[in-house]
Ligand binder design. Structure first.
Ligand code: ADP
Ligand code: MG
Length: 519
């Protein structure tokens, strides 16, 4: 080929290369991680996020904050993904993972300035991450976690979140009770759900043994409460198809019209009779119910719900043992489910139906209350964190001391092993340990302690006693043993944070060319 330059990019695309690309990516990543740093830990502050349309979200949850932010920078977007992965995999530690990623990038930037090659940094970080995983395994506190520890884990994950006036302690109790109900050779996490309802103080939050769905009875004169209920779940339209009517009746006179109406009426009656014959007390119908059919159902004392959505129908069949049936004629006694109690309760705007004591499965629902939507929303996020960490602690490798103690131990472990690592990679391994320090440092800072003094004290207490964390009591933080203070995180949360932060940081460091199409 001759001297002609070859153009493979359109004129509109932008290209940044080499150190410019690297530093722009690193700065973007650091900026995003910095934005959630102040929310870390029990004394972390909340963020108020306002969308274009004026919707407001107030939260302390890292994944929620990053998810709501409108982030365009591609490398910054990767930090958002780190927190999403963390949320999906273990349900907690999203701020931790984002802050660690940012600090790994900051330390990498220093190394790049000192002419350490990106590949060396990547190798060193991976090696350090291996050591960090080993360190986490070493500090696992108690492989068989009892209820006290579980309550502590739940509480640790919720402190700092605005839980209204209920307090993390009471919520933790509810969470552990709920998880124990659905535990049977592993936690069936999908059998425990959270349902929120605004309009009462959050201290009214309670555990309901069953499912709650947002449905109102098709008629007000149906029974509001049924004990020992036989339950049908029907994918049936309680109506008469117009085409049938047209085909069967040629309405030419008043008599004909009356006959047609009678025939329809008797069809509606048959629906109700069919249910009554099988002693059905409650019918969840996924399609619509005609008013006249509803009247007959009410006459038979059947409590019926229409247009029940698919997920709710599924949850009800699972809890009660009912099978979904697609035609009234096919309904048999075998298809019916059972629950100790089905009751309808009215709240400000909504009716909720409680299906409790289902015969088939131990589904439970945490019924979360709060004075305002903002409170219930944040309470719901806190409950999900609590449920997830208790599940992780039971099913995925136990718990480690919280309050930054794990990170102090991880950094110490890495530094111990770094000396034996050859060449410049050693610098990267040490940089990883230094990056890990950001977590205890930030916890100290957010509790109003001097971060440098705190770190010095943490290290010396760690060396002498093997364990030291920042524990925030009422006003300030102190350096204490987190195990004595009952502050624990699941080991799985730490493993996941190390994994995803390392992956994202090394990916960003490796990029030396950014080509963006302009469109
Ligand atoms: P993340 O999104 O990473 O879970 P959090 O804001 O929930 O962020 O903070 C988690 C950190 O706070 C963990 O390191 C945990 O051990 C620590 N932590 C939680 N409760 C306490 C407490 N009472 N005292 C000290 N540290 C705590
Ligand atoms: Mg948390």
């Amino acid at each position: 080929m001759g001297g002609q330059p070859m153009f493979i990019l359109s004129d509109d695309s932008e290209r940044t290369r080499g150190e410019d690309a690297q530093s722009s990516n690193i700065e973007g990543g650091k900026a995003v991680s910095e934005s959630v740093r102040t929310t870390l830990g029990p004394k972390g502050m909340d963020k108020m996020l306002v969308s274009d349309s004026g919707d407001v979200v107030i939260t302390n949850d890292g994944a929620t904050i990053l998810g709501e932010m409108d982030i365009e920078h591609p490398a910054a977007q990767m930090i958002v993904e780190v927190s999403e992965t963390q949320e999906d995999e273990v349900g907690d530690g999203t701020t931790t993972a984002a802050v660690l990623t940012g600090q790994l990038l900051a330390k990498a930037e220093n190394l790049l300035d000192d002419d350490v090659h990106p590949t060396t940094i990547v190798e060193g970080y991976h090696e350090a991450a291996e050591l960090a995983h080993e360190a986490v395994d070493e500090i696992v506190v108690d492989e068989t976690v009892d209820d006290d520890v579980l309550r502590n884990v739940a509480e640790t994950s919720m402190t700092g979140k605005g839980t209204g006036d209920v307090g993390a302690e009471a919520l933790a109790e509810t969470i552990v009770e709920g998880i124990r109900r659905v535990e049977n050779d592993g936690v069936a996490r999908e059998d425990i759900t959270v349902r929120t309802q605004t309009g009462a103080s959050s201290s009214a939050t309670e555990l309901v043994e069953g499912v709650i769905s947002e449905e109102e009875p098709v008629r007000e004169d149906m029974p509001a409460t049924v004990e020992d209920a036989s339950i049908a779940v029907l994918d049936v339209e309680f109506d008469i198809r117009e085409s049938n009517v047209d085909a069967e009746y040629d309405v030419g006179s008043v008599e004909d019209l009356n006959a047609a109406i009678d025939a329809e009426e008797s069809q509606f009656e048959q629906y109700a009779d069919a249910l009554a014959d099988l002693d059905v007390d409650v019918a969840f119908v996924t399609e619509s119910v005609d008013d006249r059919a509803a009247a007959h159902l009410a006459d038979e004392g059947v409590l019926a719900f229409e247009s029940v959505d698919d997920d709710e129908a599924k949850a009800i069949t699972q809890a009660t043992g009912a099978s979904r049936v697609g035609a009234i004629d096919d309904l048999e006694a075998d298809d019916l489910g059972n629950a100790e109690r089905v009751s309808v309760e009215s709240f400000a705007d909504d009716d909720l139906v409680f299906v409790e004591g289902g015969a088939a499965a131990e589904s439970v629902t945490v019924f979360a209350r709060g004075g305002t939507d903002h409170v219930t929303d944040e309470l719901e996020r806190a409950l999900h964190d609590g449920l997830d960490v208790v599940t992780a602690a039971l099913d995925a490798g136990g718990v480690v001391p919280g309050g930054g103690a794990s990170e102090v131990a991880i950094a110490a472990y890495i530094r111990d092993h770094a000396a034996s690592i050859e060449g410049r990679r050693q610098l990267a391994v040490e940089a990883f340990a230094d990056a890990t320090d950001v977590l205890p440092r930030t916890l100290a800072e957010n509790t109003g302690m001097d971060p440098i003094d705190a770190l010095v004290e943490l290290r010396s207490r760690h060396d002498s006693e093997g364990r030291a964390g920042i524990i925030s009591e009422s006003q300030t933080g102190t350096v204490t043993d987190p195990v004595e203070a009952g502050v624990f995180d699941p080991a799985a949360v730490k493993h996941e944070a190390i994994e995803s932060a390392t992956e994202a940081a090394t990916m960003i460091v490796r990029i030396d060319d950014v080509i963006s199409a302009d469109n």
